[in-house]
Ligand binder design. Sequence first.
Ligand code: ACO
Length: 328
Amino acid sequence: MTTTNAGIIGMGHAYPSGVLTNADLEKIVETSDEWITTRTGIKQRHKAADNEYTSQFGTLAAQRAIENAGLQPEDIDIIVCATTTPDQIMPSTGALIQAQLGAINAAGMDIFAACSGFLYGITMVESMIRTGQVRNAVVIGAEVLTKYVDYTDRSTCVIFGDGAGAAVLAPVAEGKGILATKIRSDGRYEEALYAPGGGTKLGTTHQTIDNRDHFFKMKGNELFKVAVRSMAEISAEMIEKAGYRVEDIDLVIPHQANQRITDAVASRLGVPEEKVFSNIAEHGNTSSASIPIALDECIESGKVKSGDLVLLTAFGGGATWGATVIRF
Ligand code: ACO
């Protein structure tokens, strides 16, 4: 079977204009700018208005990515939307984005893998492109997390923000594009980060609403160590699989979960600070959207150029994790 390399040929991102600063949060819960900054690196996060929802930002990001790729919506064969905060339970946000884009020849679907969702999507469509099943694919990470955050719980409400990023993937020349990619999960971490209400297990009852079970609950310090270990291990494995050494990587773009996690992953991998991208101060943790937003910002600013070797790595609720090595 002949196979083709898959690579990113266009990117876009979008986020709400509304901003929630650490000073705003000081008025809502017992916290301080000093605690949030030193424990997470976050200074502000974007927050959707009441009438804004996930597919709107996903569609905007995808429109920009398709335009930057020099394609039309009709050219797209599949739209994979990674989200943990869908517009509604059914239909999928991917299908809604497909309609909003006018991508009349595409299949739309969702991936539910929390902060690793974008890398799950990339990994899935990479093999579809490689085997010739699809030609042009859009992978989106889109979240409106602030509607799932409990603003009485200071341990989660300071962390999450809203936004979307999208990438168009298509066949690229030999030696370019995705060189190695892998995803993992361990569902035994279910209760370390979850929203138990609203599903078939607990349903939606007065009790689940009184318990605030529809909001995210997180045992952050339980996830901290496993996040660092998992991202560092899978990253090293993918760098080796791609045929390179850590020193060959031009830029690491990790999921923006927490600045201390990013620093610890970089130090475990042996990557110097200047080769690790961070925009967590401005966006907070936008879950599946954080890597595509960060990557698009790097492409726009010239931090990622043609020929660069880039490592993406993520860890999220599930637990889920993954790493991807790309030659641009
Ligand atoms: N302001 C002030 N104090 C706070 C706040 C706050 N916003 N939040 C918690 N505290 C307090 C706690 O109550 C605790 O007080 P105590 O010692 O009196 O009990 C103290 O600060 C320390 O709390 P920890 O939870 O141990 O703080 P930690 O340093 O671990 O930071 C954080 C918490 C930021 C959540 C960190 O653990 C983290 O980032 N964890 C990883 C999160 C992650 O990777 N999640 C998965 C990806 S996200 C996704 O999938 C959607």
